[in-house]
Write a protein that binds this ligand. Structure first.
Ligand code: CA
Length: 502
């Protein structure tokens, strides 16, 4: 090749490269612009105390007795149009899960490890010789220096700063009464309907003003216009939430709606719209009452999904459905799972979980990988196209569930409850692949279960498989150390109990 030909060839190539880089820069700008315009609306539809089997959607390999009892057609629709997670986990009690959702932190890291209500007051029961650690009994805050709180950069605040209209409707339970975190607006919600410090409503009934008439701390705030009416709280929150969606669409802003139902937590008050139907099916009154609360919640989901259709935003709205812990002791056990709310067993921590995002996540799909409630935080921020990793104060433990490159390497899911409460002693637990390891602090006792073969956790394998038990104990101990988890202490000496495997 002569120099002349070489030169002649080089010029078009140079021009081509120059043009390519211009095109590339333009498309980068366009992509950024597209992201701004096409940012999805985001809805978290969070149910309180709903067990893994309290739905007609089978999350188990087979349809169970409870799947056949309950009627949740809207959940069925969501599962058909989205991805159903069969191995999804939360903390075993309310506040820890809720702080994990807005912080992305595991409960062992954020330290709000039991439920919160009154400032400076722990609900813990006494245990012989052992005290709980100085856990964050006042909940979360965004401000430094507030005693017994975890300081975070919360999810709604990041979304608000990125141009989202941020709406909280229903139960909050992020901070104790009298602390800044008692009001959801402290965490960056533009709008708060009915959320405050308490983790349950005084009553579900409008005719009782959503109050139990005795301890006013449980009164649902801000719903005065509904007082005296014959209407259920779950329906009221649905109407309020849909009005907020409509308002967001009218002003042309993407929205983040945290529709966090008080249902299906106690008090045990039937929803009269659905109760008789279940009595007629031959259920006992408490069973029918529970079924009516479940269907009431599902009716809410159905109305929200219909509203998205009506407003033609169903394809640009990401919907995440979750419960915050397992079913409580007062309602039928979620067989085949062992244990209920508060327990380290699957009945306490395995939850119904569905994500619908048309065009972005598979429809009518099942995902059996191990996922946990703090995954909601990065999943939402990534979906919103927010470059968030430099933003939070806190270390984020969750993972983005929409990430296609999400590997299948064994993941360590950590559960941490250093308390004695309602007959449940202090524990830490680890799920890694098919294995579940549980450490009970009070008795210094370990358990090992093979969830693939023994979902009901009937057979403790820790004595027969000592090497594996020790390996998992050490992994859990290291995870707890890494997250600076607070463990129970000996009352006489103030000394921390040893971490599992240490
Ligand atoms: Ca709960």
């Amino acid at each position: 090749m002569t120099d002349q030909i070489r030169y002649a060839c080089a010029i078009p190539i140079l021009i081509l490269f120059t043009n390519l880089s211009v095109v590339d820069a333009q498309s980068r700008v366009m992509r950024k612009g597209d992201r701004q315009n096409n940012r999805p609306n985001i809805i978290i539809f969070l149910v309180d105390d709903m067990g893994w089997q309290e739905t007609s959607v089978p999350f188990h390999r087979v349809s169970t007795k409870l799947n056949q009892r309950y009627h949740t057609p809207a959940m069925e629709r969501l599962a058909r149009e989205g991805t159903k997670y069969t191995h999804a986990y939360s903390s075993a009690v309310c506040s820890p899960t809720r702080i994990s959702i807005i912080s992305g932190m595991n409960a062992a890291r954020h330290g709000v490890t039991n439920w919160t209500l009154r400032q400076g007051v722990s609900p813990d029961d006494q245990l012989d010789g052992i005290d709980p650690p100085p856990w964050n009994l006042n909940g979360a805050t965004t401000e430094p220096g507030y005693p017994r709180t975890v300081q975070i950069t919360p999810l709604p605040e990041i979304l608000h700063q990125s141009g989202y209209r941020t709406i909280h409707v229903g139960k909050a339970h992020y901070g104790a009464s009298g602390t800044p975190g008692a009001d959801p607006r402290h965490f960056g919600f533009d709008v708060n309907v009915a959320g405050h410090a308490a983790g349950a409503p005084g009553s579900y009934y409008g005719q009782k003003n959503f109050s139990n008439g005795r301890d006013l701390i449980w009164d649902v705030p801000g719903l005065e216009r509904w007082h005296g009416q014959r209407i259920n709280l779950t329906e009221v929150l649905t109407i309020e939430a849909i009005a907020q969606i409509e308002e967001s669409v009218a002003i042309g802003k993407p929205f983040f709606l945290n529709l966090s139902h008080y249902a299906v937590h106690s008090p045990w008050e039937e929803d009269s719209r659905f109760y008789q139907k279940y009595l007629d099916q031959g259920l006992e009154p408490m069973e029918a009452l529970r079924a009516s609360m479940i269907e009431s919640m599902d009716d809410s989901l159905g109305r929200v999904l219909t509203a998205l259709d009506r407003l033609s935003i169903e394809r640009k709205t990401l919907v995440i459905f979750a419960s915050d812990n397992g079913a409580p002791h007062a309602v039928p056990a979620n067989l085949p799972l062992r244990g209920q709310k508060l327990a380290p067993y699957e009945g306490g921590i395995r939850i119904p979980f569905i994500i619908r995002w048309p065009g972005r996540m598979r429809a009518d799909a099942t995902d059996d990988s191990n996922v946990i409630i703090e995954d909601i935080f990065p999943t939402i921020l990534e979906a919103a196209g927010i470059d968030w990793k430099t933003k939070p104060l806190q270390d984020v433990d969750g993972r983005n569930l929409v990430d296609k490159s999400r590997g299948h390497e064994p993941r360590n899911l950590v559960f941490h409850f250093p308390h004695q409460y309602f007959k449940q002693g202090p524990f830490s637990a680890l799920i890694r692949g098919r294995w579940k390891f549980v450490h009970h602090y009070a008795e210094d006792r370990d358990e090992l279960f093979d969830l693939a073969l023994d979902l009901s956790e009937r057979k403790d394998l820790s004595k027969g498989q000592k090497a594996l038990t020790m390996k998992l104990a050490r992994i859990l101990g290291l995870e707890l150390k890494r997250m600076k988890a607070m463990v129970p202490v000996r009352r006489m000496t103030g000394q921390r109990l040893p971490l599992p495997g240490h």
